[in-house]
Design a protein around this ligand. Structure first.
Ligand code: NAP
Length: 271
């Protein structure tokens, strides 16, 4: 195939997708960040691509421009690229990887004839980790040519493409937030409570992870109601009150989150 790719914004997602696409035969044309040093580091990490410390028209010479900056920069980057364009962009595809934004963030490039879309892997990319992409959902939306390429890329990366409407993206991304960063906050709160109860950090983590993993495993096999255990599921009101009384000694966010999650359990699991 040997098609060419520019990456604009090469952090956790840009580098990982860049590496994988390069392995799949894409030639990385340029890698753009906001400084020469980070662009060079990104090019080393991807193993290909000309590093650029600022946006230039060269970024638009590739068949695919992948914008992997933070969400808040995407629209401005697209506008800047549109100003740098020296001609009509028909035949080019521009994709961003934001979960919350739709392809309208790339309107300025669409007006020049580029096919625009978004491709969001529902996965957590942390620095220093190579996340699994096999079996991962990739939410895809945008113009037909952009959707077609994104769908092909998602499959080649081992993922499962799911086409959604631009209007559904905020809800889609909020759902992902529940399953990842919000879940992380809940687990970390639990770990800190155990630490303050006398556990060493390692013991706290070792105590909680099997519980959390078994719960997810039960959820997968039995569904939410079958997996539901704990005082709310049993109607142990006195125990819940004891928890809430104890949580008065903790920063107020612990008690607020506990209460909100108790109400959410009742609403979702029906008691
Ligand atoms: N991390 C995840 O788990 C995850 C998962 C799925 C989707 N996403 C989405 O993927 C996108 C990137 O997220 P990330 O976590 O990879 O972000 P990140 O690690 O913070 O990386 C962002 C990159 O963009 C560069 N950058 C920032 N502003 C720029 C600009 N104006 N022009 C050019 N480059 C710029 C930064 O480099 P310099 O600071 O050196 O310029 C950095 O390389 C976001 O839309 C995010 O919502 C993230």
């Amino acid at each position: 195939m040997n098609r060419t790719l520019s990456i604009v914004g090469a952090g956790r997602v840009g580098r990982e997708l860049g590496r994988r696409l390069a392995d799949m035969g894409w030639r990385v044309h340029t890698i753009v960040t906001r400084s020469g040093a980070t662009a060079r580091a990104a090019a080393r990490s991807v193993g290909d691509g000309r590093p650029l410390g600022r946006l230039g028209p060269e970024a638009l010479e590739a068949d695919l421009v992948l914008i992997t900056t933070p969400d808040d920069a995407i629209e401005a980057v697209a506008r800047r690229l549109a100003r740098l364009a020296t001609g009509w962009l028909a035949g080019r595809v521009v994709l961003h990887t934001s979960g919350a934004l739709g392809s309208e963030a790339l309107d300025s490039l669409a007006r020049l004839g580029a096919a625009v879309g978004s491709m969001h892997p529902m996965q957590s990319f942390a620095r220093g980790r190579r996340p699994r992409l096999e079996g991962i959902c990739f939410a895809i939306e945008g113009q037909p040519a952009a959707r077609r390429l994104a769908t092909r890329l998602a499959r080649q990366l081992g993922g499962v493409p799911v086409v959604i409407s631009g209007g559904a993206k905020v809800a889609y991304h909020a759902a992902g937030s529940f399953a990842s960063p919000q879940l992380l906050a809940v687990i970390e709160a639990a770990a800190r409570m155990l630490e303050r109860s006398g556990f060493r950090r390692r013991q706290a983590v070792a105590a909680l992870l099997p519980l959390a993993r078994q719960t997810l495993d039960n959820f997968e096999r039995l569904g939410p109601r079958g997996a539901w255990t704990g005082p709310v599921s049993r109607g142990d009101v006195a125990t819940i009150r004891r928890h809430e009384k104890e949580l008065k000694k903790w920063p107020k966010e612990y008690r607020e989150a506990y209460r909100a999650l108790t109400r959410l359990q009742r609403r979702l699991m029906g008691r």
